[in-house]
Design a protein around this ligand. Structure first.
Ligand code: ADP
Ligand code: GN1
Ligand code: MG
Length: 383
């Protein structure tokens, strides 16, 4: 166990959850930037494993509402999937606490929750083949589809204005001005690049405000490592449900593409290594549209490409804001980590801008192919 893990009294924390009791081995798990995640394995009962998370209370201010959202969403998904699949494998299962809630607050005001550990699954920081990308598209498209019958107001915004670019740019401008850790002067090139695109990046927000794009319940953190694939690289489960709340479908599409199309990691130092893997884009688009064609409007279809540019842009703005504020939000592994992440996202955005027409026509073609396939299918049934 490392230093983070040694800081907590795990035996007491685990005893608050309905695990069936006994002693557990504990190990740090995963590569998320926000929560602290641990796998706990029963010493006596082989295969009885859970995932324990300390929810980041600096990032999520209202844990009670967050957990209510999570209970609501997982129940809804389970009910629907029960008719067609295996809810216990395909949806996260929360473990109840002795207090009757699904989270436990310890004496140090840390918030803990637990889910069943899903065995024989994998999450990837980098996508390596078209099948994985296509399954990612199926995963997030199906997720939106299964939730599209819920009114967005049923869920609380766990981070208000989370993907609101106007709010992100306001925070960014404040951070530049406040210059609290004396870093502003050293990043003027990056600041200049990002501010030069500020006006063109609020299209989705404007269309939303004008009522052209509907608010739906979306995932809002569709990084590829937020899905679990099975051993055959088929989608098993969508995870990391902290930000499931009202949003626009293009946010989910764009954020997933951000992590899928890039041939290099999100924080790649060597900018030349950041290239676009177009077949992975095609694979994701095909999978995503196959699950959403029944409800996406024409305006939403058009907005997907806006999301592809907006999400890496917003991510660069967020990473650089955090760098300017002294690295208070994202976990970092070295001093300039947030700056390196910013530069990598800017490079990715430049590549995406250069390939905008090509990517747009891929979305359009996949959509037309699917429509034609559906039409042929209907004609065959009718004839
Ligand atoms: P974070 O908010 O820190 O990103 P996640 O909820 O995404 O936390 O979990 C971190 C990692 O733990 C995931 O990328 C995945 O590899 C793994 N993981 C999360 N939940 C489960 C689960 N129920 N079963 C197996 N692995 C899981
Ligand atoms: C965070 O928790 P994780 O690592 O899946 C962040 C996302 C960013 C992502 C960038 C609540 O996601 O918004 O896109 O890092 N989550 C939150 O890697 O801020
Ligand atoms: Mg995650």
């Amino acid at each position: 166990m490392d230093n983070i893990a040694a800081a907590y009294n795990f035996a007491d924390i685990i005893a608050e959850f309905n695990t069936g009791g006994g002693e557990f081995d504990i190990n740090v798990f995963g590569s998320g930037h926000i929560n602290d995640t641990f796998i706990i394995r029963s010493k006596a009962r082989k295969g009885v494993d859970f995932l324990l998370q300390k929810i980041n209370h600096f990032v999520f201010k209202d844990i009670d509402s967050l957990m209510n959202n999570m209970v609501y969403v997982t129940n809804h998904l389970k009910e629907k999937i029960a008719k067609i699949g295996h809810p216990e494998k395909e949806v996260l299962t929360l473990i109840k606490c002795n207090n009757g809630k699904y989270y436990y607050q310890d004496a140090q005001e840390n918030y803990w929750r637990m889910t069943n550990f899903l065995h024989n699954t994998k999450s990837y920081d980098l996508v390596t083949n078209v099948k994985q990308a296509q399954q990612g598209g199926v995963a997030f498209g199906r997720f939106q589809n299964l939730l599209c019958d819920l009114h967005p107001d049923l869920l609380v915004s766990t981070i208000p204005d989370f993907l609101n670019i106007e709010k992100r740019l306001n925070d960014f401008n404040k951070a530049i001005k406040n210059n609290s850790v004396q870093r502003s002067a050293s990043v003027m090139e990056e600041v200049g690049f990002l501010l030069s695109r500020a006006d063109s990046m609020n299209e989705i927000l404007q269309l939303g405000r004008a009522g052209v794009l509907p608010l739906r319940i979306t995932h809002n953190d569709t990084k590829f490592n937020n899905i679990l694939l099975d051993q055959a690289d088929e989608i098993q489960c969508v995870i990391d449900l902290d930000t499931v709340m009202p949003g626009y479908v293009a946010y989910d599409f764009g954020d997933a593409i951000r992590s899928i199309i890039n041939t290099a990691p999100e924080d790649e130092k060597n900018l030349d290594a950041i290239q676009l893997n177009i077949p992975l884009f095609e694979g994701f688009a095909k999978g995503y549209l196959s699950q959403t064609i029944s409800f996406l409007t024409d305006a939403e279809l058009k907005s997907l490409m806006m999301g592809v540019l907006l999400l890496p842009y917003m991510q660069a703005v967020r990473f650089l804001t955090d760098y300017l504020e002294g690295d208070v939000y994202y976990k970092t592994r070295f001093a300039e980590h947030n700056l390196q992440r910013t530069r990598a996202q800017i490079q990715l955005l430049k590549m995406l801008e250069m390939n905008k027409e090509k990517l747009s026509s891929i979305i359009q073609n996949e959509w037309l192919n699917l429509k034609n396939t559906l039409k042929t299918g209907t004609q065959m049934i009718a004839g």
